[in-house]
Structures are given as C-alpha cells and as structure tokens.
Write a protein of this length. Structure first.
Length: 140
C-alpha cells in the first residue's frame, strides 16, 4: 500500500510569467488589475497589483484563484450556470471560505494535472477573464 503520492505544481517562474501576461493584457484593455497565482494547494506563488488598481482587487483576485483551484472550475458563468437553479447550493456556496462567484479565476492545468490557478481582479469581470485567458495562453 502506498503511503505517499506525487503532486504537480506550477513553477514560480511560470507563475510570474502568467502574472506579467495578465497585466500586459490589462494594459491593452486600459484597466488596472491585481493578479494572483496559487499552486495546487492554494498557496500563493506569484502576485502583483498594478499601480492605481483598486485596493479591493487584491483580495478579490486571491479569492478568485482559490475558488478556481479549490473546485477545479473557472469562476463566473461556469459556476453561475452550475448553481443558478439550485437554491440550496446557491445559498450554501456563499458560506464557503474564500469562495467568489465573479469571473476572472481559472484553474491551471498542465499535463492533465491541476497545478494551480490564476485570479484577476480590478476590471469588469469579463475584462478580468480576458486577462486570465491571456495568461493561460502562455501554457499552449
């Protein structure tokens, strides 16, 4: 019987590259954001807050990343569609620590493994999703 298992995690270098890519997209969109990348366990690997990004974006991006890695699903419309017709689930998820429904959080999959997640906050959630998608394109 095995007593350990192997886990895969995003590297610090890749996490930093993703933060940079998300901020570059934010510049193109003329918005100011904060970006968090967490590893597979939800531990912060990389973070940056652009000058003049909203202060609330710091916690929002972190919560988006934690929600995405904790549940393995993007935040936003995917989750909304999943819970919208289930009143018990709709109420219940609000009690999960660090859960956030707003779009802009995405799991990071590499080699068929969940290795972390990215969260972007500061713009409209659709803009945050665009920034996260730009960062995820680095992995292709």
């Amino acid at each position: 019987m095995n007593k350990t298992f192997e886990k895969h995690s995003i590297t610090s270098a890749q996490a930093l590259s993703m933060v940079e890519a998300a901020m570059q997209k934010a510049n193109e969109l003329n918005i100011k954001v904060a970006v968090a990348v967490v590893d597979e366990s939800g531990v912060l690997k990389a973070f940056a807050r652009m000058d003049d990004a909203p202060l609330m974006a710091v916690d929002v991006c972190r919560r988006k990343a934690l929600t995405a890695v904790g549940l393995g699903l993007p935040t936003g419309e995917t989750w909304h569609e999943f819970i919208k017709d289930d009143p018990i689930l709709t109420q219940g998820v609000q009690g999960i620590q660090d859960f956030i429904l707003l779009g802009g959080g995405s799991p990071i999959q590499l080699e068929n493994a969940l290795v972390g997640a990215i969260g972007v906050g500061g713009g409209h959630y659709k803009q945050d999703e665009d920034c996260a998608a730009a960062a995820l394109r680095l992995l292709k």
